[in-house]
Design a protein around this ligand. Structure first.
Ligand SMILES: Cc1cc2nc3c(=O)[nH]c(=O)nc-3n(C[C@H](O)[C@H](O)[C@H](O)COP(=O)(O)OP(=O)(O)OC[C@H]3O[C@@H](n4cnc5c(N)ncnc54)[C@H](O)[C@@H]3O)c2cc1C
Length: 483
């Protein structure tokens, strides 16, 4: 009997071919494949609607050798991308999954998703990539997810159960046979020969982030930046049936999180962007890094090496006019809501402002001479026409001096965003137990499985390697459950 059973046990509500838990990027990709091949699928999602994390994401995708790269004259190949991937992610990269993903990336994302209406509009460079291969979709992840959802909705044989929170996997006769879910007080049990876990990561769980993000153990605070339902519930259910996990401590964090002051009493963070002219200043009032290297490996490593693993982003009024807070509250459609950004600068207790650098130093409690020297040195380098700052090598082309009052300081902490590790699976997304044997009837794809297989990225992600591989492993799982 399960922990949730009434004395008579929960009613077996439904018997289908596949139960999919989680209708995010990976789950929707999975259901399209499985239902498209004729399987009867029930989709359970705790949220009121489709989309999961990707609905609030850029949806930037690592694609090697795309038509857009060809058009823009970027010479790329699967081999080059795989070399970068392995160099960046280290010895824990799952090379087989990474290779399969890169080989499929052009077909899946250009041919398959473009046929559904996705348009790739630009490519951008990111650390670790020798050529630009991060592709931006028009309308971001939100539009991609609504196109996937539109397509999935049109397929027959799918029952959608939004607002149902999966609680427990049921094991019977050595295999996983059902899932128990709750909708308010209502308990349902849905049985199927194949159950796919696509519940995402845990970067909206302070408890799990504190438990696993060991690299940030010395930091004063780690902010949460995962999707709203990224609470790690899938991991708990998988643990309960003896699944094997890998690289759970590879929590991909960005160095530019500031507390979301509109959610007091929580650890939710906002990503601070659009401030190319900023200086990162530590508790001693000194710069410590090339601020253009803002990635999870370089920027976060530098931040965590500072006292309390925190810093200030210091800039002037000119830079402030470009500030972006990556959160729907600060957007009107695709436009920045400047009034709300101004309100943040005025009202957040994690922002200080002052008419001069000296006064700002006093407000944030750092050494005045150090802060003034950091700003003056940068301004001198810009005035001298240098292309890089002599201290840390920050590229200076297009950067203006910091000389327009008021001056601002925004508190920065690491922002936990993506799980690079998760449950281990084989190449068909079958969940493995502690001995490495498939657990019959159980599959996992997307971020709960470290995007694919358990740890496709290794210790570091090239960017665009969360959304893309989550979609890809969802497709693989959708085929596997039918085949
Ligand atoms: C702000 C932000 C920006 C990002 N930008 C990028 C980017 O540009 N490029 C990139 O590669 N990656 C990016 N990512 C990461 C990427 O979006 C995710 O890794 C990816 O979308 C994960 O997809 P998923 O389907 O595995 O999980 P999710 O999208 O998180 O979906 C999981 C689903 O499971 C449901 N669920 C969870 N628990 C339960 C339960 N107990 N019962 C029922 N349902 C449940 C959730 O409601 C959700 O719908 C970003 C992430 C964030 C937070």
């Amino acid at each position: 009997m399960t922990a949730l059973s009434t004395p008579d046990g929960p009613a077996v509500d439904q018997q289908v071919d596949v139960v999919l838990i989680g209708a995010g990027a990976s789950g929707l990709s999975c259901v399209i494949e499985a239902a498209g091949r004729g399987a009867r699928v029930t989709v359970i999602d705790a949220a009121p609607s489709f989309g999961g994390t990707a609905s609030g994401a850029a949806g930037g995708t690592c694609i090697a050798g795309s038509p857009l790269q060809d058009r823009l004259g970027v010479e790329d190949s699967v081999g080059l991308a795989l070399e970068d991937w392995i160099t960046w992610g280290g010895d824990s990269v799952d090379v087989e999954w990474a290779h399969r993903y890169l080989l499929a990336s052009r077909d899946v994302f250009f041919d398959h998703l473009s046929a559904l209406g996705v348009r790739w509009i630009s490519i951008h460079p990111h650390e670790g990539n020798r050529v630009p291969r991060w592709h931006r979709p028009e309308g971001g992840g939100k539009r991609v997810m609504s196109l996937l959802a539109h397509h999935a909705r049109a397929l027959p044989n799918i029952t959608w159960r939004f607002g149902y929170r999966a609680q427990e996997l049921v094991r019977s006769g050595g295999r996983i046979t059902a899932v128990i879910a709750m909708n308010g007080d209502r308990i349902v049990e849905i049985s199927a020969p194949a159950i796919v876990m696509a519940t995402g990561g845990f970067n909206n769980s302070a408890e799990l982030v504190a438990m696993h993000a060991k690299q940030a153990a010395g930091a004063e605070r780690v902010l949460l930046g995962g999707g709203p339902e990224a609470k790690g519930e899938g991991i708990r259910m998988l643990e309960a049936v003896g699944a094997q996990f890998t690289e759970l401590d590879s929590v991909w964090m960005y160095p530019y999180g500031t507390p979301d002051y509109l959610k007091p009493g929580t650890d939710r963070g906002l990503a601070v962007r659009g401030v190319d002219g900023e200086l990162w200043i530590n508790d001693e009032g000194n710069r410590f890094h090339d601020e253009s290297l803002r990635g999870g490996a370089s920027g976060t490593g530098a931040l965590l090496a500072q006292t309390e693993g925190r810093a200030w982003s210091v800039f002037d009024a000119g830079v402030a006019s470009g500030l972006i807070l990556a959160d729907p509250y600060y957007l009107d459609g695709n436009k920045i809501n400047r009034d709300r950004v101004a309100e943040f600068l005025r009202s957040s207790p994690y922002v200080e402002s002052a008419p001069s650098a000296a006064a700002l130093a006093a407000r944030i409690g750092v050494d005045r001479r150090n802060l003034e020297a950091a700003i003056n040195d940068m301004n001198k380098a810009i005035a001298a026409g240098l292309h890089r700052d002599p201290a840390f090598g920050k590229p200076l082309d297009g950067i203006a001096p910091l000389d327009e009052a008021p001056f601002y300081a925004v508190r920065l902490h690491p922002l936990a965003r993506k799980n690079l590790g998760g449950v281990r699976t084989d190449l068909d997304c079958r969940v493995l137990d502690s001995e490495g044997r498939p657990i019959d009837g159980l599959f996992a794809s997307g971020e709960v499985a470290g995007m694919a297989g358990g740890h496709i990225n290794g210790h570091a992600a090239l960017e665009g390697t969360a959304f893309g591989p989550s979609v890809f492993s969802g497709i693989v799982a959708g085929r596997a459950v039918v085949e």
